[in-house]
Design a protein around this ligand. Structure first.
Ligand code: 5GP
Length: 183
């Protein structure tokens, strides 16, 4: 029985191992630390997928910063967005005058991020940038500025390290490809 079967993960293939994720997240944290020295940084995590990335990223940024979260959902089928985005839980504090860094798990078509950037811009932050762990350039429908990127990946459906399939697999330490439908 291989490692995946033993964990009840048949139908999942490892794409990015834990060590590689943590190494890249540390690099992003150091880059952000030097770019945001002396600024009033607020990380805005996009729930739910961001929660592990956000936790590891913020611990690699050696600056005074604050964290807030936005919940979004998009109407669509099981594995892709329709582009109709809804904020299901909003920020707890105003962001006017702050240097905002939006922290996302994955930019796929770009529709969610574009909606969020438009929405957040109306709240008059001093600056607004995007940090995403993953990007699927092949699926991009609208151009989205990505200032900090973990990994570019092919057009595959990924799970783990915060990303789900039907609300499962978020707790995996690695990022895997869902190769088999287990409905
Ligand atoms: P976009 O609006 O860029 O098409 O999609 C953004 C959202 O779709 C992501 O925040 C994520 O929730 C979901 N998504 C897109 N691709 C994947 C994927 O490969 N795996 C998972 N689990 N979610 C994805």
């Amino acid at each position: 029985m291989d490692k995946m079967d033993a964990m009840g993960l048949s139908g999942v293939t490892e794409l990015i191992p834990e060590e590689k994720i943590l190494e890249r997240v540390a690099q992003l944290g150091h880059e952000i630390t030097s770019d945001y020295k002396g600024k009033d940084l607020i990380l805005i995590g996009v729930l739910k997928g961001c929660f592990l990335f956000m936790a590891d990223l913020c611990r690699n940024i050696s600056l005074p910063l604050s964290c807030d979260f936005l919940g979004v959902s998009s109407y669509g089928n099981r594995t892709s967005t329709s582009g109709v985005i809804r904020i299901t839980s909003d920020l707890t504090r105003p962001i006017e005058g702050k240097d905002v860094l939006v922290v996302e798990d994955i930019v796929d078509t770009g529709l969610t991020m574009n909606y969020l950037l438009e929405n957040l811009s109306t709240r008059k932050p001093k600056s607004i940038k995007v940090c995403t762990l993953l990007h699927k350039p092949a699926r991009q429908m609208v151009s989205t500025p990505i200032d900090y990127l973990g990994f570019s990946i092919d057009d595959v459906f990924v799970i783990g390290y915060g990303l789900d399939f039907q609300n499962r697999y978020r707790n995996l330490r690695f990022i895997g490809i869902k190769t088999q439908d287990d409905r």
